[in-house]
Design a protein around this ligand. Structure first.
Ligand SMILES: [Zn+2]
Ligand SMILES: [Zn+2]
Length: 108
């Protein structure tokens, strides 16, 4: 399996109930749920090359190339996520930390 697109960390497949997902053991970035282990790995591996959107503060999604990156804050836990494939960062205490995590992707 490929390394994490954000921090180059090691990725692991995990199961949650009947769903599978891939999560980075270092920065905890993760894919959305998939119905099988293979599909979860497929999502993780579908990373697109880094595109340069210098007019944007946030980099495009490493998984689907989408530039529509959004934020969410629930109970003071901030995440930055892709509004197309819903790949997300780990939870952070503030928005800038979540954005920072999102932008920490390594060049493929
Ligand atoms: Zn990572
Ligand atoms: Zn995406």
């Amino acid at each position: 399996m490929k390394a994490c697109p954000f921090c180059d960390g090691e990725a692991k497949v995990r199961k949650h109930g009947i769903f599978w997902f891939v999560v980075c053991t270092k920065c905890k970035a993760h894919t959305t749920y998939a119905s099988s282990e293979e599909k979860a790995i497929e999502k993780w591996e579908q990373r697109t090359p880094l595109s340069d959107h210098s007019w944007e503060t946030l980099k495009s999604c490493p998984f689907c190339g989408n530039i529509g990156i959004a934020h969410d804050a629930v109970w003071k836990k901030h995440v930055t996520y892709c509004n197309k494939c819903y790949a997300a960062t780990n939870n952070y205490k503030n928005r800038s930390k979540a954005d920072e995590a999102w932008n920490m992707r390594s060049i493929i």
